[in-house]
Design a protein around this ligand. Structure first.
Ligand code: SAM
Length: 237
């Protein structure tokens, strides 16, 4: 049942997985549920829902990454989209970053168990790490379910090299309203939005390109970013 669902649903979004890769996905599913008994990693437990909402959803971004890319996943939580991408494509190198050390300890232990040499977890806050050695050092920064776009882009832009990209997993483009001049301020531009009709609803991946070095003042302290996001998102009715 796990094999069939994973295989069929991945094919639907253009991802072919080997039996060995699907076995890794299944082991990871059981290990996350087991760890979930000790500390909160996911609210989704039913197998099919887990496959669709965590695995297939994460894999939607795979087609935008190229072999050899170094990628940072900001706010990875239990490892999404990091784990699915690292399992599906072993020639990308993923750094999974989260401020919760327990989640990162789980991710590192599990990556070792699954022998995923292309995935490493780092416990840090994005706004701190984006000022340090990881600044402007990645080909791509990705993130799912972490913050509204004006906050998220300020956290992601510092990590990306000039010419690199940002993949923001969102429902649609609505959070871009009012962003026009602000993207320039972060030295990024929107290149395209890819929309997916997933079985559970809409998924859009907004893809931005980094056009040059980021002003040193970014990222600001988190309190400032939250209090004064680069643009206001209008309340949806
Ligand atoms: N990306 C995962 C997913 O899609 O399942 C986890 C999403 S969870 C709702 C948000 C995660 O972002 C949490 O694990 C939280 O610790 C992390 N996070 C939020 N703000 C952060 C920051 N400024 N720096 C690092 N991690 C952050």
């Amino acid at each position: 049942m796990f094999f069939e669902t994973m295989n069929i649903e991945a094919e639907k979004i253009g991802v072919s997985l080997s039996k060995e890769q699907i076995n890794l996905f299944e082991t990871l599913y059981h290990d996350i549920l087991q760890a979930n008994e000790k500390f909160n990693l996911t609210a989704i437990k039913a197998q099919e829902e887990f496959i669709l909402k965590h695995y297939i959803d994460s894999l939607a971004g795979l087609r935008f990454l190229s072999g050899g890319d170094s990628v940072i996943d900001v706010g990875c939580g239990a490892g999404f989209p990091s784990f699915p991408l690292a399992i599906a494509k072993n020639d990308i190198k993923i750094t999974a970053l989260d401020s919760t050390s327990k989640k990162i300890a789980f991710l590192n232990e599990e990556a070792k168990k699954l022998n995923l040499k292309n995935l490493i977890g780092v416990a840090a806050r994005a706004e701190d790490a984006g000022k340090g050695a990881m600044r402007e050092s990645f080909d791509a920064a990705i993130s799912r379910a972490v913050a509204p776009l004006p906050i998220l882009l300020e956290l992601l832009a510092p990590f990306v090299k000039s010419g690199g990209k940002i993949l923001a997993y969102k429902t649609d483009e609505s959070e871009l309203e009012g962003a026009a001049d602000k993207l320039k301020e972060l030295s990024i531009k929107l290149t395209c939005t890819e929309r997916f009709n997933m079985p559970y609803g809409k998924r859009a991946i907004l893809i931005f390109e980094k056009e040059g070095a980021l002003l040193e003042k970014y990222p600001r302290q988190y309190g400032q970013i939250k209090k004064k996001p680069l643009w206001e998102i209008k309340e949806r009715t």
